[in-house]
Design a protein around this ligand. Structure first.
Ligand code: HDD
Length: 694
């Protein structure tokens, strides 16, 4: 069988099930009793000869491996990448060589700062790491959901990570950037400011891993069959659009469902709605390397899409959940230096450092050099070499030799030429003096931070200003807050003034005029949206008006929405509607929209139910679509929200509040369509945010 014929299932060839099997020890000896240890008499001491007891406890004691230093918390999924637009003129990468070529993948999404057990919805960058099991070996694109990074040189990574992790004295706060050490570091390292703008934006609060962009961040290099190089930046674009949560909501979700993003990915895949992303590339011919007002090797910079448009070369669908979290998601080992012919590095000093760090990390995390033999890491391409032994060696090499060159084994495994798929490093002339010095072309730390700010819509800017105020408000040392505000004045004076005002600080002088440029592609304001897989909470009680409700639900479900009927009691409601979940077991923050159907009795009961009112008020506060039918309109009107969004009768589509007061005149379809459109719009920040009781 050639390596090209091997499939994703091959990675699961070590799966073990236990159905109809007997409990055994590690040696395969069947076990009779596992609840009582072997003792002397019924009340006597335990015997050391109880090998089952000792094995069970020893294995348990050794279950944990070190969590990742960063990106400790994550979720993984398998899927397929399909090349849609081959680009052999710029890369000889086999998986991008032919339209329709399919390559199995494993993706691990993650948060960065928190421990393995931290909540999903914290303000943080998200990891987006993809392992392509290509026919020519594994290729890892180890990216994030922001296109830039905090620092320019990897030698600072330990400093940055120490600063963002909890304070060393007391390990507080968990998974939060709102504390002194991080902002101390930021205030002293202005190269962080561009990424910090992203971190304070809604991009740091993704609604779902399915609605999140991914970026390779660095400028990499494609190499074609003739050995010619082209600079490339990689982008993943989610088909559902890029959508975020709001800050207040993330805090509540962290309590209501700390697994919010993991569960969302898992549920979507289990229900056959796994996420889909396009892979886009920005290509820059080598001749244009110096045509930008920043350095392509500086990972704190983007290439604006308006300057170099994205070319979509493939799409990825994730459609299989792992069978075992530890074996697959925890043991998957990514490495930026896992490249295949056609993909090469640049001298970006951050990337160069990463090329050292990942292998080193895997050695300590996975206990030795044989981690590539673990099923999730094992290439589908065949592996033949003279590397031997070490902890956890699974392969039984039968070759009589383990060196090159050899004649005993006929010279095998033999060397390959590039035409046979061998990796050949890009030929690049490099000369210079040995120095520790950053290039002056890396010096501008503010222009792109300003570009990002200018590209935001009003509400995105407001969220960023609020985030700075929150985060810096948690910083105890005033001199750190002041230093950050001074940096912000170089980004945009209006932003700096707003943040300074909120913190009771003096506004710094306006010494850096805003350059006024923007990149519309950076805003989330005009993202494509869809009703598909959106979660709708339907608030109902006994006496609900089932007919109109079923009609609307059928319409929403036919478009892929996930509608759940929440009621004060389980079972079936009087009126014949099946209850999916108890009102109190969920919360509006776990849904994308809230619908209140009609039925006088139902509405009467919900009216007296604080939880129901809270669903409505909170959804309104978080700018979510609200729908109400018949008597349900009255309930929405009575919730503590701004009544300006409701009209007495008929259809209203005012900033995502959609009501149908009377169902008599057959306007249900129009209502369902308007509500669906509001849901597809994700959030309605044009709504005046009304004060809601806590
Ligand atoms: Fe990193 C993990 C992404 C800079 C060193 N990194 C890690 C993961 C992602 C990234 C997604 C989790 C992989 C997984 O799911 O297992 N890292 C990035 C991006 C960076 C970046 C996009 C900047 C462009 N990282 C970076 C630097 C260094 C590291 C500069 C060190 C010099 N990263 C690591 C690491 C980790 C890691 C310590 C921890 C666990 C692991 O590698 O496997 O080696």
């Amino acid at each position: 069988m050639s390596s090209g014929d091997r499939k994703l299932e091959d990675l699961s060839r070590d799966r073990v099930g236990h159905e109809d099997e007997r409990l055994t020890t590690d040696q395969g000896v069947r076990v009779e009793h596992t609840d009582d240890s072997l003792t002397v008499g019924e009340r006597g001491p335990t015997l050391i000869e109880d090998f089952h007891f000792r094995e069970k406890l020893t294995r348990f004691d050794h279950e944990r491996i070190p969590e990742r230093v960063v990106h400790a918390r994550g979720a993984g999924a398998y899927g397929t990448f399909t090349c849609t637009d081959p680009i052999p003129e710029v890369t000889k990468a086999d998986f991008l060589a032919e339209a329709g070529r399919e390559t199995p993948v494993f993706v691990r999404f993650s948060t960065v700062a928190g421990s393995r057990g931290s909540a999903d919805t914290v303000r943080d960058v998200r990891g987006f790491a993809t392992k392509f099991y290509t026919r020519e070996g594994n290729y890892d694109l180890v990216g994030n959901n922001f296109p830039v990074f905090f620092i320019q040189d990897g030698i600072k990574f330990p400093d940055f990570v120490h600063a963002v992790k909890p304070e060393p004295r007391n390990e507080i706060p968990q998974a939060s950037s709102a504390h002194d050490t991080l902002w101390d570091f930021i205030s002293l390292q202005p190269e962080t400011i561009h990424m910090v703008m992203w971190l304070m934006s809604d991009r740091a609060l993704p609604r779902s891993y399915r609605t999140m962009q991914g970026f390779g961040v660095h400028t990499f290099r494609f190499v074609n069959a003739e050995g010619k190089g082209t600079f490339v930046k990689f982008h993943w674009r989610p088909k559902l659009g890029t959508h975020s949560l709001v800050w207040d909501e993330t805090q509540k979700i962290a309590g209501a469902d700390p697994d919010f993003n993991r569960r969302d990915l898992w549920d979507a895949i289990e229900s056959g709605n796994g996420p889909e992303y396009e892979l886009g590339v920005q290509l820059v011919p080598e001749e244009r390397e110096h045509n930008f007002d920043f350095d392509l090797l500086d990972a704190t910079k983007i290439i604006p899409e308006e300057e170099v448009p994205l070319r979509i070369v493939g799409r990825m669908v994730l459609d299989r959940n792992p069978d075992n979290f530890f074996a697959e998601t925890e043991q998957v080992a990514f490495h930026t230096a896992n490249v295949v012919p056609g993909i090469d590095f640049t001298n970006d000093p951050l990337l160069q450092a990463r090329n050292f760090s990942y292998l080193d990390t895997q050695l300590i995390r996975l206990g030795g050099p044989n981690f590539a033999q673990l099923p999730v890491n094992r290439p589908l391409a065949e592996v033949h070499h003279h590397q031997r032994d070490g902890y956890g060696q699974h392969r039984i090499d039968v070759s009589p030799v383990s060196y090159h060159p050899n004649s005993i084994a006929g010279g095998c495994p033999a060397l390959a030429s590039p035409s046979e798929g061998a990796y050949r490093h890009y030929t690049e002339r490099v000369d210079g003096t040995k120095i520790r010095k950053r290039s002056p072309s890396f010096e501008d730390h503010y222009s792109q931070a300003t570009l990002f700010w200018n590209s935001m819509s009003d509400w995105e800017q407001q969220h960023i200003a609020d985030a700075f105020q929150f985060e810096l408000g948690k910083v105890e040392r005033e001199y750190i807050r002041e230093r950050v505000v001074e940096h912000l004045a170089h980004v945009d004076h209006g932003l700096a003034s707003q943040v300074a005002g909120g913190l009771g600080l003096e506004t710094p002088a306006d010494t850096s005029p805003n350059h006024g440029r923007s990149s519309p592609a950076l805003s989330q304001a005009n993202q494509p949206g869809s009703v598909a897989t959106r979660k709708v909470a339907v608030l109902a009680a006994d006496g609900v008006d089932a007919g109109p409700l079923e009609h609307v639900l059928q319409s929403l479900r036919s478009q892929g929405a996930v509608c759940e009927v929440l009621a004060p009691h389980a079972g079936t409601l009087e009126g014949g509607v099946t209850v999916d979940r108890g009102l109190l077991t969920m919360a509006s923050v776990l849904y994308d929209a809230v619908l209140v159907p009609g039925g006088r009795e139902s509405v009467e009961e919900l009216r007296g139910n604080g939880a129901a009112m809270r669903y409505v008020a909170e959804a309104f506060k978080h700018a979510k679509p609200l729908g109400a039918i018949g008597d349900g309109v009255a309930l929405v009107r009575e919730a503590p929200i701004d009544n300006a969004h409701l009209s007495e009768n008929g259809l209203v589509d005012d900033a995502g509040v959609v009501t149908l007061a009377s169902t008599d005149n057959g306007e249900l379809d129009a209502f369902a369509a308007a509500f669906a459109q509001a849901i597809a719009g994700h959030r309605h920040f044009d709504r005046r945010l009304a004060a809601v009781p806590a």
